[in-house]
Ligand binder design. Structure first.
Ligand SMILES: [Zn+2]
Ligand SMILES: [Zn+2]
Length: 279
C-alpha cells in the first residue's frame, strides 16, 4: 500500500517541479528555468528577445539598455527582492526577466508578497548551473543573442504522451515491487545461512576406519555414502560429523543448522556435547 503512496508522491513531485526553458535560437541550446509566482504567464509560442546583461547586474535600479526594444534582462540574484528587479526592468523597457543564482545550487520559485498586478512582464529563475552556462554562452557572442523563453510544457502535453505514461507507470511500478520482493526474499534466506568463514573455521578431521569408535557413524548423513579412509570430515559444534563438501554446502546454501540435531552452528555456547549416536 505504501509503495503506491510513494509512487503518487513522485508523480506529484514531477508535475510540480516541471521546468520552463530558455532556448538560444542560434545554437538551439536549452536552459531550464522556473517561472515566477507573480506576473503574467509565458504564452505558448514563447517570447523572443535579445538577452542583455545590464551594467547593474543586480537589476536593483532602472537601467539604460543597449537595445531599446525586444530585450530580455539577464540579472543576478541578490541586492534587492525579485519583485523590485522585475519592476525595475519593466520600467527600463525589458519584455521579460531571467534571474540567475550565481552562488547557490538549487531551485527557487520567485515569489512576491502583496499586490503584483502592476507587473506586466514574465520572469523566470535560473539555477546556478543553468545560469552560469547561459552567461558563459552569451559572452561568446559579440552582440546580444536572440533567445526564446518557453512556458513549462506541463499543460501542453499531447494526449498520447499522457496515455503512454499512464500505461507505463504501473508496469514500471510492478517491476520495482517485484525486484524489492526478490531482494527481501534474498535477505531473509541469507539470515538462515551460515557465513562461509564461520563454516571453514569449524574443525576438520581425517577419517580412519581403524580409529572409528563403536558408537561413531560409518556414513555421512547427508549423502548417505560410507566414509572411506583418508576422507576429510567436518566436526560441527554439536560433535556431529559429515563430509566437508556435503556439510559446507548444506550450511552455506540451505540452513545453518546441523542436519541431524538441528543445532545452530552459529551458537558459540553450544559446547556441551550431545549424545553422539542418534542415527
Ligand atoms: Zn557426504
Ligand atoms: Zn548435530
Amino acid at each position: 500500500m505504501h509503495t503506491w503512496l510513494v509512487y503518487l508522491a513522485c508523480l506529484t513531485c514531477c508535475l510540480f517541479s516541471a521546468h520552463a526553458a530558455v532556448v538560444v535560437v542560434a545554437t538551439n541550446e536549452t536552459y531550464l528555468d522556473r517561472i515566477a509566482a507573480f506576473g503574467p504567464r509565458i504564452p505558448e509560442e514563447g517570447i523572443y528577445g535579445f538577452l542583455i546583461e545590464p551594467s547593474d547586474r543586480s537589476g536593483c535600479s532602472v537601467v539604460e539598455p543597449a537595445r531599446s526594444e525586444n530585450w530580455i534582462a539577464l540579472l543576478e540574484r541578490g541586492g534587492c527582492s525579485f519583485i523590485e528587479k522585475v519592476r525595475n526592468m519593466q520600467s527600463s523597457g525589458a519584455i521579460a526577466v531571467a534571474v540567475g543564482d550565481p552562488d547557490h545550487i538549487g531551485w527557487t520559485t520567485m515569489f512576491a508578497p502583496g499586490d503584483t498586478s502592476d507587473v506586466e512582464i514574465p520572469s523566470v529563475f535560473l539555477s546556478q548551473h543553468e545560469y552560469l552556462a547561459l552567461l558563459y554562452l552569451s559572452k561568446l557572442f559579440s552582440t546580444p543573442m536572440l533567445v526564446q523563453m518557453l512556458p513549462d510544457d506541463l499543460l501542453t502535453w499531447p494526449l498520447l504522451d499522457v496515455l503512454v505514461i499512464v500505461i507505463l507507470s504501473p508496469s514500471i511500478m510492478m517491476i520495482f515491487i517485484y525486484i524489492s520482493w526478490r531482494v527481501r526474499q534474498r535477505q531473509r534466506r541469507q539470515k538462515d545461512l551460515a557465513p562461509q568463514n564461520v563454516v571453514t573455521n569449524l574443525p576438520v578431521k581425517v577419517f580412519r576406519q581403524v580409529e572409528r569408535k563403536e558408537n561413531e557413524p560409518e556414513e555421512c548423513a547427508i549423502c548417505l555414502e560410507d566414509y572411506v579412509d583418508g576422507e576429510e570430515l567436518r566436526i560441527l559444534p554439536c560433535r556431529h560429523e559429515f563430509h566437508v563438501g556435503c556439510v559446507d554446502a548444506w550450511l552455506t546454501t540451505r540452513k545453518k543448522f546441523c542436519p541431524i540435531c538441528k543445532r545452530n552452528v552459529m551458537d558459540d555456547h553450544s559446547t556441551e556435547a550431545t549424545p553422539l549416536l542418534d542415527v
